[in-house]
Design a protein around this ligand. Structure first.
Ligand code: ZN
Length: 241
């Protein structure tokens, strides 16, 4: 099966459409959470995802948008965007977000938003944190998002190696090594590269291929400005930081 692994869409519909077009031949989409928050099209992003064969897990912004966590747990800019988001979501979209699980297992892959130890909140940004987290899932591979930085962690012979924001790569997920893979962010990349980021998986061939996709970020920025969303969130889309 060929899968597009996406995360942190963050209500950026233009970016999501560009990624789905790039991944047009896949059999399924696996979404690692934070479909909403920050951006201008929360409802349309939920709807677009639901129109495709997909599975998804919950992110911290998804939970905040349905009141499962408080917006006081976010920085003021994120909280302002969440208050706006809450008022834009239909009851159907809220119910969908509300029912997302924290963790799913799809074949050899465990899917979470943050980390297998703390699926909603933990940022996996170091080899040290990753090393502990290999004990918190039993499948060979784990897929995480949340940091908005494309990266992977490889456990081999008791040692963990970390790779961040690699230029294009294709990995062979060869046993007995275990992997934690982060596809980066579709809607708000934070690795100094404004292009949307996602991962193509071939579950039979056991390959993972990183992808970067250009989209019209000025269109998303214009829409955010029209809605009065915070300017730091608008500006960062151009720089990818
Ligand atoms: Zn996020």
């Amino acid at each position: 099966m060929r899968v597009a692994v996406v995360s942190d869409i963050h209500s950026n519909l233009v970016a999501l459409q560009a990624v789905l077009e790039d991944a047009a031949s896949v059999d399924s989409v696996w979404c690692l959470g934070d479909t909403v928050g920050y951006g201008p099209e929360p409802e349309a992003c939920v709807r677009t995802l639901r129109q495709r064969p997909h599975v998804a897990v919950a992110g911290n912004h998804d939970w905040a948008a349905v009141g499962k966590v408080g917006t006081e747990d976010f920085n003021p800019v994120a909280a302002a965007a969440l208050h706006w988001t809450i008022g834009r979501l239909s009851p159907e979209a809220k119910e969908y977000l509300e029912l997302l699980p924290q963790r799913r297992v799809e074949g050899a892959f465990t899917l979470v938003h943050g980390s297998p130890r703390d699926p909603i909140w933990e940022y996996l940004l170091s080899a040290r944190a990753a090393a502990t987290n290999f004990d918190y899932f039993s499948t060979p591979y784990c897929l995480v998002g949340h940091t908005h930085v494309p990266s992977y962690f490889l456990l081999r012979d008791g040692r963990v190696e970390a790779r961040y924001a690699e230029a294009d790569y294709e990995l062979h997920l060869a046993a007995p090594a275990r992997f934690i893979l982060n596809p980066g962010s579709v809607g708000q990349p934070r690795d100094d590269n404004p292009l949307s980021s996602y991962l193509l998986l071939d579950t039979e061939q056991r390959t993972a291929t990183s992808r970067r996709v250009a989209y019209d970020n000025a269109a998303t920025q214009r829409e955010m400005a029209q809605h009065g969303l915070p300017s730091p969130l608008i500006e960062r889309l151009a720089s990818g930081w």
